[in-house]
Design a protein around this ligand. Structure first.
Ligand code: SF4
Ligand code: SF4
Length: 376
């Protein structure tokens, strides 16, 4: 089989070394969007533009084009779309499995797009409890009643089922609430690492409890399993973060700090702000696992709590039941459908710095407006 390798960077060179050992495969070119690489050779094999590769494909000089999956899944998917647009047939664009590339598995597995059961991103609540009550919390945590705490056995079951459907995820974030409050954090980290050995795994935390909670078994687990802390620094704890950073450095833990100075409202009061895309796939990839269901974003997963707390009727959605779907492709297609709530949503623009509300973390002050974009 004559193949072209998509991209000519470090991971693709590694992929080439693997394929070179396969007797039935002949690599005839690399293709890369970096114009500086065109005309170069790797082990005597030319690097060319995608348009030049598609000409060879149409002339029968190459049969398949291969995308290595050590790159982030969203990049793999956008490469696929580009190749489809310029003339490669769906069946001739192949993804090479990450476990083969990483050396976990000797037999190579090629996947067509329909079988490419990898996700870019997943997050889930390990607990619904938090030591802050941020007005405008994009996961509506202060509005979740106490009796709705996460059942860890259910969560484990959901993650095991997820692995049956989704083979690899680029980035997984263990969230809350405040995950450092959970007694199951070390066990959860171990399980997620076992299920997804090649993911970037991080604990999303406000960091305020890091020095108290990350000790002993938990500290060892984070180091051994290469699990990072993604810390959002909230104003109420600003003066603590220098000492927390020093503690984490002393303990050789990986962490990132992002300073939050205000909260972004996630909702429009009306549905006049029409969502303008056919799918939410390219705009909203904040997939949430909650109670055995997948949602494309936290807003869809947790809006029922906002509705119940403030007696509102924003459109709700059941997400995708992991126990009812029969294939990854079926799950993927229904996960990214546009929902009625999307017309009320300001969430996918929340990282733009405009229109942040002043930070408040006192439950008694909280009102519905803390979650709603005010254009006045
Ligand atoms: S710290 Fe995070 S999870 Fe907790 S209430 Fe604030 S925004 Fe929500
Ligand atoms: S509700 Fe918002 S963030 Fe969620 S899928 Fe729709 S547009 Fe995206």
């Amino acid at each position: 089989m004559k193949v072209c390798i998509k991209t000519a960077g470090v991971t693709s060179r590694k992929l080439y070394k693997k394929l070179k050992q396969e007797k039935d495969i002949m690599v005839v070119s690399f293709t890369d969007n970096d114009t500086n690489k065109w005309g170069e050779c790797i082990d005597g094999i030319p690097v060319e533009s995608a348009l030049s590769a598609v000409e060879k494909y149409k002339a029968g000089e190459l049969e398949k084009i291969v995308i290595g999956t050590e790159m982030p899944v969203k990049i793999c998917r956008s490469m696929y779309k580009e190749l489809m647009e310029i003339g490669f047939a769906q069946k001739d664009i192949l993804f090479l499995s990450i476990d083969y590339l990483k050396g976990d598995r000797k037999e190579r597995t090629f996947m067509t797009y329909e079988n490419f059961n990898y996700l870019q991103y997943l997050e889930f609540h390990l607990t619904n409890r938090c030591n802050l009550d941020c007005a405008g919390c994009s996961h509506f945590v202060p509005l979740i009643p106490n009796e709705e705490e996460i059942d860890f056995d259910d969560l484990k079951k959901g993650l095991l089922r997820l692995k049956e459907v989704v083979a690899h995820i680029s980035v997984i974030r263990i969230m809350g609430g405040e995950p450092l409050l959970s007694p199951h954090l070390a066990e959860c980290c171990l399980l997620v690492r076992k299920l997804y050995p090649h993911a970037r795994i991080a604990i999303a935390t406000n960091g305020s409890l890091a020095d108290k909670k990350i000790q002993g078994e938990l500290a060892d687990t984070l180091k051994r399993e290469n699990i990072a802390l993604d810390i959002t620094c909230y104003p109420v704890f600003y003066e603590k973060y220098d000492s927390i950073a020093a503690f984490l450095k002393r303990n050789q833990l990986n962490f990132y700090m992002d300073v939050r100075w205000g909260m972004c409202p996630v909702l429009h009061a009306d549905n006049e702000h029409k969502f303008r895309h056919d799918t939410v796939e390219l705009t909203c990839e904040c997939i949430n696992l909650y109670k055995g269901r997948l949602y494309p974003c936290p807003l869809l997963a947790f809006i029922p709590y906002f509705n119940r707390h403030f007696n509102q009727n924003y459109p709700e959605d059941k997400g995708v039941d992991l126990y009812e779907i029969s294939s990854f492709y079926e799950m993927y297609c229904s996960l990214f459908k546009v929902r009625a709530l999307c017309d009320h949503c300001d969430n996918y623009e929340m990282f733009s710095s405009r229109n942040r509300n002043e930070f408040k973390s006192y439950r008694k002050d909280m009102g519905m407006d803390d979650w709603i974009q005010d254009y006045k």
